[in-house]
Write a protein that binds this ligand. Structure first.
Ligand code: MTE
Length: 323
């Protein structure tokens, strides 16, 4: 896989045009089941067609799992990031992540499973049909974005390894590359970055194992080559650059939960009614779309607007205690 950061902008211009056309079709309700980029086979496109580059990732838009909100400009999605392995400033990941090695890459899936296995990235890319899904991502810090992700449900991978009856949770462990990641020297978190979900959350069809955005493979700063996207939870649950997925009987401890348990809970469901101890979560600013001046203009929605799909996962659970 080529490192996307060195790539010229030409391919981005095409991809934005294509995206605009897709959005028009989507609003016309014409897209069900249609292979929009002309190919539904997952994997990287060959580099010799006029419109393609080796960064392109073909996928079929899934309108059922896509919101109609205006897309966040791609330059914001790839230029304003949280990836603390590269530093705490929002511009650090775009500046430094090109040094991260993403080829070769493999993901070990282990723990409470009948068939533990190490998946080479090439095999992961072919494991299921690639879908494009336009999801909201709401950060705990009060900003949000709308991103056309490419991937497939995490459940497609988990089914392959056959979880045992003891499996109740899924832990995600992300990569450490000390030479490339200056942030690993800081004590802000106990590295590696770890996140977790309950097994039923992990199996929910919204939970996406993600390989690309905006029609192309993930830029390093967005978590190349494979990350999680859990759109009804605060952004920190969406672990980047994953190397191990471990099914467990006990609830795993997430990195942010470990260092600040009163601020960051295991569940981290987007919830406008439960404040962070230091700020309200009731409103948000859509980066690239909303003015940077004045108070946050948008009301945050329960479960980030995905209540119909996920509220039933939490019936009987006190969401104030389990924040
Ligand atoms: N994954 C790793 N490995 N390291 C991180 O620091 N930050 C999280 C999450 N995944 C983080 C991570 C946080 S706080 C957010 S808001 C999202 O990534 C940001 O994703 P984005 O930069 O693609 O918008």
């Amino acid at each position: 896989m080529r490192n996307r950061w060195n790539e010229p902008l030409g391919s981005e211009i095409t991809s934005k045009t294509v995206w605009r056309q897709r959005r028009q079709l989507l609003s016309a309700g014409a897209l069900l089941g249609l292979g929009l980029t002309g190919a539904t086979r997952p994997g990287f496109a060959s580099a010799n067609t006029p419109e393609s580059s080796d960064l392109r990732l073909d996928a079929t838009l899934n309108p059922t799992f896509s919101v109609m909100d205006a897309l966040t400009p791609e330059r914001v999605v790839t230029g304003y990031n949280n990836f603390y392995e590269f530093g705490t400033s929002k511009s650090d990941p775009a500046r430094y992540a090109s040094a991260m090695q993403t080829d070769p890459w493999s993901v070990r899936v282990e723990g409470e499973v009948l068939k533990p296995k190490t998946f080479a990235l090439e095999d992961l890319l072919k494991l299921s049909g690639m879908q494009e899904r336009i999801y909201r991502l709401r950060c705990v810090e009060g900003w949000s974005m709308v991103i056309p992700w490419i991937g497939y449900p995490l459940s497609d991978l988990l089914k392959q390894v056959e979880p045992t009856g003891n499996a109740k949770y899924v832990e995600f462990v992300t990569d450490m590359q000390p030479k490339a990641m200056p942030g690993l020297k800081s004590r802000i978190l106990n590295w590696p970055y770890r996140e977790g979900l309950r097994l039923d959350e992990a199996m929910n069809p919204l939970t996406l194992l993600t390989f690309g955005l905006y029609g192309e493979v993930l830029p390093n700063q967005n978590g190349a080559p494979v990350r999680l996207v859990v759109p009804w939870k605060y952004g920190f649950k969406s672990a980047k650059s994953i190397v191990t997925i471990r099914l467990t009987e006990k609830q795993p401890v997430s990195s942010w939960e470990e260092v600040a348990p009163h601020e960051y809970g295991f569940y981290a469901n987007v919830n406008p009614e439960v404040s962070h101890p230091r700020w309200s979560q009731a409103r948000e600013r859509r980066l690239g779309n909303d003015s940077v001046f004045g108070p946050s203009p948008r009301a945050t929605l329960m479960f980030n607007g995905y209540a119909d799909q996920v509220a039933s996962l939490y019936s009987g659970l006190d969401l104030r205690k389990n924040y």
